[in-house]
Design a protein around this ligand. Structure first.
Ligand SMILES: NC(=O)c1ccc[n+]([C@@H]2O[C@H](COP(=O)([O-])OP(=O)(O)OC[C@H]3O[C@@H](n4cnc5c(N)ncnc54)[C@H](OP(=O)(O)O)[C@@H]3O)[C@@H](O)[C@H]2O)c1
Length: 255
């Protein structure tokens, strides 16, 4: 019998930064679509409740602890995946760091750190993931960028530069790995009411801004990001390659 549409049955996925926020939602959505999912975070204790919650639903998930910006730790984690599973089918590179300061307050070191976590680390993760996908000629690389990439605002230069670079990297990975059966796409979230944004969600001024700027007149609910990840990871997206899928309630097409 053919698998149900969007089924990820039999696939092994890794989601970075999955202890909470959008990473947790995407990991949960992939697991509910029947993938086995490795949830990454830097801290075992912070990761444990996320893993337990999904196991409580009967889902196939496991923690994998490493800092995406620590090259040696990333290498060790991928070596462990290779030893244990011999493959990886889906990577969601979700970790992102933000530094909301004016350009005049950002040192070159601050800029390097932002590029390191937001751009260099996903490059390394995609490269290592692809190495585990190439032998089977099947893979899905999914990078999490942002509407702050094509769009910019004052006090966000380092993040915007890194996320814009990530969209460009998506295209480069797509053309280089496409001939080998691996697709690469990105998800660009708009304003999501995640834990990290709790202060902003509570801020009346930000609410007024969102209601004015976002055609759907509200923040994105974290659960609303999961479908994009499942779609891009699925067989149904087999001819989608090099695309940035914006999930922003229409904000970036409104003016
Ligand atoms: N939320 C939004 O509205 C929004 C909008 C546009 C784009 N995005 C993008 O979406 C992604 C997720 O955003 P979010 O707000 O859900 O994230 P978040 O809540 O800030 O962080 C998600 C997870 O990342 C982990 N993490 C942080 N640094 C890490 C590192 N160096 N290595 C491994 N894990 C790390 C954290 O766990 P530990 O601290 O336990 O390691 C945390 O659980 C980011 O790329 C962000 O730029 C978000």
């Amino acid at each position: 019998m053919a698998a149900a549409p969007f089924s990820l049955d039999g696939k092994l996925a890794l989601v970075t930064g999955a202890a909470r926020g959008l990473g947790f939602v995407m990991a949960a959505s992939l697991a509910r679509a029947r993938a086995t999912v490795l949830l990454n975070g830097r801290d075992e204790a912070r990761l444990a409740p996320a893993v337990e919650a999904l196991r409580g639903e009967g889902l196939a998930v496991a923690p994998i602890v490493f800092d995406v910006a620590d090259e040696a730790a990333v290498a060790a984690a991928f070596a462990a995946i290779e030893r244990r599973d011999g493959r990886l089918d889906i990577l969601v590179s979700n970790v992102g760091l933000r530094d909301r300061r004016p350009i005049g307050e950002l040192s070159l070191g601050d800029m390097r750190r932002m590029l390191e976590v937001n751009l260099t680390a996903p490059f390394g993760l995609a490269k290592r993931a692809a190495a585990l996908m190439l032998p089977r000629r099947w893979g899905r690389l999914i990078l999490v960028t942002s509407i702050a990439g094509p769009l910019s605002r004052a006090g966000d230069a380092a993040y915007t530069a890194a996320k814009g670079g990530l969209a460009a990297l998506t295209r480069s990975l797509a053309v280089e790995y496409g001939p080998h059966g691996i697709t690469t796409n990105a998800i660009a979230p708009g304003f999501f009411a995640t834990e990290t944004n709790a202060d902003r969600v509570a801020d009346a001024e930000v609410r007024t801004f969102i209601e004015r700027r976002v055609p759907l007149r509200r923040w994105g609910r974290p659960a609303e990001i999961g479908g994009a990840a499942v779609f891009l990871a699925s067989e149904e997206a087999s001819y989608v390659n090099g695309h940035v899928l914006t999930v922003d309630g229409g904000m970036s097409v409104s003016f």
